[in-house]
Design a protein around this ligand. Structure first.
Ligand SMILES: [Zn+2]
Length: 215
């Protein structure tokens, strides 16, 4: 993937993750992945092709989880599903897949939108427009008019990777290039960015090929 946000081409790529990431088994059947966590798939038996996320969301687990992953300074804005379930209906496999796909995009719009809100405020950088896409070749982009686009697949992986791409694209509102000034501002905004960029590079092939395995 010739991914903008994930291809810094900079020194420091060899920096090891201090804490190993939880393994994301994208091929595990009967689950979908959200924020790097497995969410159980359940079939409602209903004819309506809709998907709905339910479950116990442990608010306290959010912060601990983020600390454990080595990104302790900023808690993830989303609680971690401890026993999350995605209940999905549809008359056949195609409809079920369609419902999951639409749900993922809604979830991406919510999660990326909320992260963007927080980071825009913090960095005082504001997008003119935001779009969520299924880009095969990049995680995010920033147009000269300040439109930010993000790949919905960012919500599959851990929050720190999503947040890195959001911050990377926000910094492009100020610098429409990968100049020294760009990397300096990015590092000031997110000192740990290399670890997230590394995670994205290591997992981008799996994430872009990802198709939920139905039971
Ligand atoms: Zn970039």
């Amino acid at each position: 993937m010739s991914d903008d946000a994930g291809a810094p081409g900079h020194a420091g790529q060899q920096l090891p993750l201090e804490v190993p990431e939880r393994i994301i088994e994208l091929s595990r059947p009967g689950v979908i992945w959200l924020g790097g966590e497995a969410v159980t798939l359940e079939y409602s038996g209903g004819e309506k092709a809709v998907a709905r996320l339910t479950g116990d969301f442990d608010e306290s687990a959010t912060f601990q989880n983020v600390v454990a992953a080595g990104f302790g300074s900023v808690p993830a804005p989303f609680p971690r599903p401890t026993v999350g379930t995605l209940t999905v209906g549809g008359r056949n496999q195609k409809e079920v897949r369609g419902a999951i796909d639409r749900w993922y995009r809604r979830e991406a719009r919510n999660r990326i939108g909320r992260c963007l809100e927080v980071e825009s405020e913090r960095l005082d950088l504001h997008a003119s427009k935001v779009t969520i896409r299924d880009q095969k070749t990049r995680w995010g982009s920033c147009s000269t008019s300040g439109t930010l686009s993000f790949n919905w697949r960012l919500v599959i992986g851990p929050h720190h990777a999503l947040r890195y791409v959001v911050i990377h694209e926000l910094i492009h509102i100020r610098h429409h290039n990968h100049s020294k000034a760009f990397w300096a501002d990015l590092t000031a905004a997110l000192p740990d960015w290399r670890e997230s960029a590394k995670w994205l590079r290591a997992n981008e092939g799996r994430l872009t090929r990802y198709k939920p395995r139905l039971k």
